[in-house]
Design a binder for this molecule. Structure first.
Ligand code: NDP
Length: 323
C-alpha cells in the first residue's frame, strides 16, 4: 500500500489499542509492522459520534482515509444487552451504516468491519464456521447486538454486488489483553476475574469464581488479533467474513483461566468456585481452519504468557484502566 491512510474506528478500545501497539512496535516494513507511506489514525468517540451521519462525514473529511478498520461499537455484558435491546440494535445499526455509507461515498478502497462469534445462531452445529452466520436466530440475550452486527455482512455483500466495493468483515472469538474493560459488572470473564483476584489479594478476602470452572472457551490475545486484522487489511480481498481465532484444540477452561490469574497475580489466599452459580454454555467452538489456510499458518501467543502480560499491564495501569 503506497500513501494510504488507515482509519481505525474504536481505535482507543481493547482491539484498537492492540492494533496501535503492534503497528508501533513490530519492525517497520515487516508483515505486521508499519509500511512506508502508511499513516495510521486511531479515533475514539471523542473525535466524532459515529451514530451521527454529519459527525461521521466530518471525521472522514478530516482524515481522508483510503482504508478503514471499523471496530467502533456499543459493546456490553449480558445484563446491559438484555436490558437495552433496542439501544444495542439501533446504535450499532447507525454506527455501521454511517461508517459503511461514508466509506462508499468518499471512495474508501477497503473496509474491514468487526463482527463477533456472539452473532451466530443460538441453535447451530459446532464448530462454528463462516457459512453459519445467518442460519437461525441469535441467542435471546444479545438479540439487538447480534442482529445489528449480522447486517454488516448483508451490507458488505450489497455494496459489493451493486457497486463493487471491497468491504469485508472479521469475526473474533473472546478477546483479552491490555486496555480491556476491567469493570466488575459489565466486563467479560478474563478482565472481570483479574479485577476480582486483585481485590481479593488487596483486601485479604477469598477469590470466588462463579460456576464450576469447567466450561471451555477460545480466547484470543488482543496482540494476536491485531496482527490478524493487519494481515486481513493487506492480504485478504474477499467479501466473505473470516473467523479470527485460536484453534479448536486451544480451548481453555474457566478453571485454567482462574489458575493462570492466581499464578500471575501471585495470589496466596483462599480460592474457590461457587458451583451454585450458572455455568452458561459448556463450549461453543469456532473453526480457524479457513484463517490458517488463507494465511499459510500462524503461531498464537501461549495463553499463560499472554494472560501474565495482561495481569502485569492491569497492575501497572490500575489507576487509569477502565474499572
Ligand atoms: P471497547 O469497548 O474496548 O472499545 C469500543 C470502541 O468503540 C472505543 O474506542 C469507543 O470509543 C468506540 N465507540 C463506541 N461507541 C462509539 C460511537 N458512538 N462513536 C464512535 N466511537 C464509538 O471494544 P473492543 O475493543 O472490545 O471491541 C472492538 C470491536 O470488537 C467491537 O466491534 C466488538 O463488537 C468486537 N468484538 C469484541 C470482542 C471482545 O471480546 N472484546 C469479541 C468479539 C468482537 P470511546 O472509548 O470514546 O467510547
Amino acid at each position: 500500500m503506497s500513501s494510504s491512510v488507515i482509519l481505525v474506528t474504536g481505535g482507543t478500545g481493547l482491539v484498537g489499542s492492540a492494533i496501535r501497539h503492534i503497528i508501533e512496535t513490530e519492525p517497520a516494513g515487516s508483515r505486521f509492522g508499519k509500511k512506508p507511506g502508511e499513516k495510521w489514525v486511531f479515533v475514539s468517540s471523542g473525535e466524532g459520534d459515529l451514530r451521527d451521519p454529519e459527525q461521521t462525514r466530518k471525521l472522514f473529511e478530516k482524515y481522508k482515509p483510503t482504508h478503514v478498520i471499523h471496530l467502533a461499537a456499543l459493546v456490553g455484558g449480558l445484563f446491559k444487552n438484555m436490558k437495552y435491546k433496542l439501544t444495542f440494535l439501533r446504535d450499532n445499526i447507525l454506527i455501521n451504516d454511517n461508517v459503511l455509507h461514508t466509506s462508499h461515498t468518499t471512495g474508501v478502497k477497503k473496509v474491514i468491519s468487526c463482527l463477533s462469534t456472539c452473532v451466530f445462531p443460538d441453535k447451530v452445529t459446532y464448530p462454528l464456521d463462516e457459512t453459519k452466520i445467518h442460519l437461525g436466530l441469535p441467542h435471546e440475550s444479545n438479540f439487538g447486538y447480534a442482529h445489528a452486527k449480522r447486517m454488516v455482512d448483508v451490507q458488505n455483500h450489497a455494496y459489493k454486488d451493486q457497486f463493487g466495493d471491497n468491504f469485508t468483515s472479521a469475526i473474533p472469538t473472546n478477546v483479552f489483553g491490555p486496555h480491556d474493560n476491567f469493570d466488575l459488572e459489565g466486563s467479560h470473564v478474563i478482565p472481570g476475574l483479574i479485577h476480582k483476584c486483585y481485590l481479593a489479594k488487596k483486601n485479604g478476602t477469598p477469590f470466588v469464581v462463579m460456576g464450576t470452572g469447567k466450561p471451555l472457551r477460545q480466547f484470543i490475545y488482543s496482540y494476536d488479533l491485531a496482527k490478524l486484522f493487519i494481515w486481513q487489511l493487506r492480504e485478504y480481498d474477499d467479501v466473505e467474513p473470516v473467523i479470527l481465532s485460536v484453534g479448536e484444540d486451544e480451548e481453555v477452561s474457566i478453571k485454567q483461566v482462574a489458575d493462570a490469574i492466581v499464578k500471575a497475580m501471585d495470589f496466596q489466599g483462599e480460592y474457590t468456585f461457587d458451583t451454585t452459580k450458572a455455568d452458561g454454555q459448556f463450549r461453543k467452538p469456532a473453526s480457524n481452519k479457513n484463517l490458517l489456510s488463507l494465511m499459510g499458518g500462524y503461531e498464537f501467543a501461549p495463553f499463560d504468557k499472554a494472560l501474565d502480560e495482561t495481569v502485569k499491564w492491569f497492575l501497572a495501569n490500575y489507576d487509569n484502566a477502565r474499572t
